[in-house]
Design a protein around this ligand. Structure first.
Ligand SMILES: [Zn+2]
Length: 290
């Protein structure tokens, strides 16, 4: 059993390579990821079939589609559903890693970050020295319709989310935690993706969620769940928080208090883009998302 770090004061990479494969949520095709130790800070993606193409650092400017998951455009290729794997890396304190992938998606596995946490535990962690989380010069806000996200400077990372759905099985939920690798593994990583029965057929007809199944997503039908039991009574809002962490991992973990109300991948990645340091350090971060 691995002992997870108690905070994010140390940079880590993996001690060994570890591989997982499984179905992609959207294509339904088999996808593979090999996680490898990284020498450079951040998360770097390469293609198993074309190693000579080298590695590309993930960043918010690569975001191509946020309708159902966070999909990135890497040159001529797309890499979808990166958020749960990135949440697992960022949440457990892995700051340097290489992701070698096959197929256009990260496997959905059980719809949570837990199988990725188990893969990271299997590989083990190697400390790389002291780490400074990205600090904020001031508050940053993002608004999209009735949804908003706020990031405020803070001594330690603290993440909160609220969701509000007309479906009685979910309704209003709020969840908040001071983020540490231990807290991430216990409180967020096991929370699974959820969807709504009425959307399932519609999305299938559009050629989406071909790999969605009752064993990799909670499906809500009004006032009930098609596939209980839930892992937490408030599993949906915890999953939103997991998604928020995974999307912000495109810029790394911020030293911030972050709150997202009715978050979405579109909102989260807009906040990630606003958190990215300007190339010209004389230009401070924007205080409002573009
Ligand atoms: Zn998710």
């Amino acid at each position: 059993m691995i002992i997870w770090p108690s905070d994010y004061a140390t940079a880590y990479t993996l001690a060994a390579a570890v591989e997982r494969q499984g179905v992609g949520l959207h294509s339904g095709a088999n996808c593979r990821v090999r996680l490898q130790p990284g020498r450079r800070e951040g998360y770097w993606v390469g293609w198993l079939a074309d190693p000579e193409e080298g590695l590309r650092r993930l960043e918010p400017s690569l975001v191509a589609d946020t309708r159902l998951c966070t999909a990135l455009r890497l040159g001529q290729r797309q890499l979808a559903t990166v958020e749960h794997l990135l949440a697992a890396l960022a949440g457990t304190g892995v700051s340097h890693a290489e992701l070698w992938v096959e197929g256009g998606e990260i496997p959905l596995l059980d719809g949570s970050a837990l199988p990725w946490v188990e893969a990271i535990a299997e590989a083990g962690l190697v400390p790389l020295g002291p780490r400074q989380l990205r600090s904020l010069p001031g508050p940053i806000t993002c608004q999209q319709g009735e949804s908003f996200a706020v990031a405020l400077p803070s001594d330690q990372p603290r993440f909160s989310a609220a969701v509000e759905y007309p479906q009685a099985a979910i309704g209003r939920q709020v969840f908040s935690l001071t983020l540490t690798p231990e807290a991430f593994v216990a409180e967020l990583a096991p929370a699974r993706t959820f969807g709504f029965l009425e959307q399932v057929e519609q999305l299938r007809e559009l050629g989406l969620i071909q790999g969605g199944a009752l064993d990799n997503a909670l499906v809500c039908d009004g006032d009930r769940w098609l596939n209980p039991p839930l892992r937490y009574a408030d599993e949906p809002v915890r999953h939103k928080l997991l998604d928020l962490l995974g999307d912000l991992a495109l810029v790394g973990l911020p030293q911030a208090q972050v709150f997202a109300y009715r978050g979405s991948h579109g909102l989260h990645t807009a906040l990630a883009a606003a958190l990215e340091p300007a190339p010209d350090q004389a230009n401070p971060l924007p205080s409002v998302c573009p």
